[in-house]
Design a protein around this ligand. Structure first.
Ligand code: TRP
Length: 335
């Protein structure tokens, strides 16, 4: 990182299987973003434990997700790829930032309320602190830009508020990050219930297409996708949510725009349309899955990438944290 480009930060939690919705909304864009920014891409395993995880699965998914980043085109020579828990500054800055975050505002966060309702048996402090840890992630690297979907906007706002609060009390210390809002295909819906977002943890697994699904599974899920009344293949999210969702997926995977896609499918029946979308998705996933598997078979290479990423990230993080410790008055031993 030479400092000429703006800094971009993004992270994904190693929980559950990622879906094509995660790919379209997040991972797909990284290959290109890394050309224009100094990018850091993290596996957010510290966030993941705010919900109880199976240790063996968490460990395996952490490596698998890092491999997926690379399979999607992230180049570790251009970007920093690392695991959050490998850089202890995240936890350290989080602690300091906790004293600049108010209990009331954390209680009001939409995701905290949703997750507390879902995990009533384990409403732990970490769950409530999730946004502060995320602020620490972002602010540690003097991040300029954070690509955000709708569900993360509130978290970015909190990160900005915390940065401004700290800067106002002391002196400018943190860059106040901006959101990079994604346009098309930012929200992909469930294939069996297009009124809901496609989720990693949906009750009906046929509604979500996972990045790990094999070709037959992908095509089967698309064949079973719910369509709408009528027979026209037309983009109209309120009247035809099922067809519109499939058109969005098709466009995201082909780079075509909606009117091109509508023209291409005009006159076809829903069955042929669904099959065509399923085939294109399976075709586009195949090389990613091939590379993903190849990387996972090369543990030594992946560990090398993660060790280099950890070292680079830690160097940058230490710089910010030292400034913070100095400003808040933490005594430092000389020499
Ligand atoms: N909370 C994010 C999500 O679930 C993951 C995340 C953790 C993140 N730290 C971040 C995203 C920092 C952007 C920036 O999607």
């Amino acid at each position: 990182m030479e400092g000429a480009k703006k800094i971009l930060y993004s992270a994904v939690q190693p929980t559950n299987n990622l879906t094509i919705g995660n790919y379209i909304g997040t991972l797909r864009g990284w290959r290109e973003l890394q050309e224009n920014y100094d990018a850091l891409f993290a596996v957010a395993n510290m966030h993941a434990i705010t919900v109880r995880q199976d240790p063996a699965e968490l460990r395996a998914r952490t490596l698998s997700l890092a491999a997926l980043f690379l399979a999607c085109g992230v180049d570790p020579d251009k970007s920093i790829v690392y695991v959050q828990s490998h850089v202890k500054e995240h936890a350290e800055l989080c602690w300091v930032l906790n004293t600049f975050a108010y209990v009331g505002e954390m209680e009001r966060m939409t995701q905290f309320k949703d997750k507390s309702a879902k995990h009533t048996e384990n409403i732990n402090m970490g769950l409530m602190d999730y946004p502060v840890l995320m602020a620490a992630d972002i602010l540690l690297y003097q991040t300029d830009l954070v690509p955000v979907g709708l569900d993360q906007r509130q978290h970015l706002e909190i990160a900005r508020d915390i940065a401004q609060r700290f800067n106002n009390i002391y002196s400018p210390t943190f860059k106040v990050p901006e959101g990079l809002f994604l346009k098309v295909g930012a929200k992909i819906n469930d294939l069996t219930d297009p009124s809901k977002k496609m989720s990693k943890s949906a009750e009906n697994p046929n509604g979500s297409v996972f990045l790990s699904d094999d070709r037959d599974t992908v095509i089967r899920k698309f064949k079973r996708a719910v369509t709408d009344s009528g027979s026209e293949i037309k983009y109209d999210p309120s009247e035809k949510p099922g067809v519109s969702n499939l058109l969005e997926i098709y466009c995201a995977f082909t780079g075509k725009n909606i009117s091109e896609a509508e023209a291409e499918f005009s006159g076809l029946g829903y069955g042929e349309f669904k099959l065509a979308v399923g085939e294109i998705v399976a075709d586009k996933l195949a090389p990613i899955q091939g590379e993903w598997k190849r990387l996972l078979d090369d543990r030594a290479y992946l560990d090398g990438v993660l060790a280099a990423g950890r070292d680079k990230a830690a160097g940058l993080a230490r710089r910010t944290l030292s400034k913070v410790y100095r400003k808040i008055g933490f005594y430092d031993i000389k020499g």
